[in-house]
Design a protein around this ligand. Structure first.
Ligand code: DSN
Length: 429
């Protein structure tokens, strides 16, 4: 064994065990998911799709990949799924490649208002290759005004409209987005990377009946391995006007499959696909609904308590697992970077995040983003979340007092001993 690497992995395991994880995009997979990811499947090349591969010896991985496809279709009542994207960004890139030509216009949610890098940021392929336009939130409400989205769509005539975000705490009106897309002749894609687990548990609006295409990561609220997926509902057979040279309709599903492979990726990661299948099996278990309800309820408890303590939450609260805190309401001189650094000294992990109409840069920010997916997996209920808010408030009130922060860290570490993580299930060596 390579002790240098495995000692570090064990160190990371200890860090995860004794801290409070509030990064909204993180979670703790089951030991079974980790076992599948660390399996011999990593040795196998399987370019292509089940039953149509470019390599021999794919009989077993075909069954594994089909299991992942069937399970994810069952979760989302989908008609089509591609489980090969290595990440959410790769899933999005594959859809763009399949649906747009370089220079085509699309409309996405502004990154500085809570959108995602892969939805048109000028430093990302999506903004470099395509002509990105944006809608955002209203300064007064922190929510999206759908009439303004419609006006923007009518103005820029996008080929594709993207809904979904990485820092937006409200639910999405997919039906209205579809009406707008239909009005301007655009395809509609929802990126549900963040709320996927809550959608799977029917705790949030369902995009599948309304969106032509839905992409997601598998490792956030869905609690699987790091990776991506693409799913489609009834639109999977939609030929959207494309035909072969012989005049036969090309199905959207095959255009998307080609977008992933060979368009964007090479060989699929069958060990990760197996881990996705395991995680999807867990999502189909009724206990996952209990988990998803608790994630939401924990987020609401935290938001309420933070507001009571004088913190500004963008949009005033949350419908999902996350919230964006505008630090300026309580601490005009404390920025997101300082807050992140102080909280990490107390073993509370969050990320600094720009708030809409931020007066500070993305490297400094006026906000922090927190989420409850990971702590809920640890077993936290509302009263534990209120304790976390107490610690956060104490840290932010004393962000330069190292002694105080060390004291809070001891309390946090002791508290976390009540919530074992991978006990007797996992060590790196
Ligand atoms: N990095 C992810 C997040 O934190 O939301 C999105 O890619």
């Amino acid at each position: 064994m390579d002790s240098l690497v495995f000692d570090l992995i064990n160190k990371e395991l200890e860090r995860q065990r004794h801290g409070v994880e509030l990064i909204a995009s993180e979670n703790f997979t089951s030991a079974a998911v980790i076992k599948a990811m660390g399996s011999c499947l990593t040795n196998k090349y399987a370019e292509g799709y089940p039953g149509k591969r470019y390599y021999g010896g794919c009989e077993v991985v075909d069954q594994i990949e089909q299991l992942a496809i069937d399970r994810v279709c069952e979760i989302f009542s989908a008609e089509y799924a591609n489980v090969q994207p290595h990440s959410g960004a790769q899933a999005n890139a594959s859809v763009f490649l399949a649906c747009l030509k370089p220079g085509d216009s699309f409309l996405g949610f502004d990154l500085s208002h809570g959108g995602h890098l892969s939805h048109g940021s000028p430093v990302n392929y999506s903004g470099l290759v395509y002509n990105a336009h944006f809608y955002g939130v209203e300064e007064e409400t922190g929510t999206i005004d759908m009439d303004k989205v419609e006006a923007k769509a009518l103005e820029v005539k996008p080929k594709l409209i993207v809904c979904g975000a990485s820092a937006y705490s409200r639910d999405w009106d997919y039906a209205r987005f579809r009406a707008i897309a239909d009005k301007v002749g655009a395809l509609l894609m929802a990126d549900i990377a963040h709320p996927a687990g809550l959608i799977a548990a029917k705790e949030l609006n369902d995009p599948i009946p309304h969106c032509h295409i839905v992409t997601s990561t598998t490792h956030k609220t869905l609690r699987g391995p790091r990776g991506g997926i693409i799913v489609m509902g009834k639109d999977f057979e939609n030929p959207w006007g494309r035909t072969t040279k012989k005049g036969e309709a090309i199905m959207m599903s095959s255009v998307l499959n080609s977008g992933v492979f060979p368009g964007m990726q090479g060989g699929p990661l069958e060990h990760v696909i197996a881990a996705k299948a395991v995680a999807f099996g867990e999502v189909l278990d009724p206990s996952f609904t209990t988990y998803a309800k608790q994630v939401k309820s924990n987020a609401q408890a935290m938001a309420k308590s933070l507001v009571e303590k004088g913190y500004g939450i963008i949009s005033g609260g949350t419908d999902n697992h996350l919230m964006l805190i505008d630090l300026r309401s309580k601490f005009p001189d404390l920025n997101g970077r300082q807050a992140e650094n102080a909280l990490i000294q107390a073993d509370i992990t969050i990320n600094k995040n720009m708030v809409p109409f931020d007066s500070r840069s993305a490297f400094v920010t006026s906000g922090i983003r927190i989420g409850t997916a990971a702590i809920t997996t640890r077993g936290f209920v509302e009263q534990d979340c209120l304790q976390v808010v107490e610690w956060m408030d104490e840290v932010l009130n004393n962000f330069e007092d190292e002694k105080k922060l060390a004291g809070i860290r001891s309390e946090v570490n002791q508290y976390m001993q009540k919530f074992p993580l991978y006990e007797n299930e996992l060590t790196a060596v």
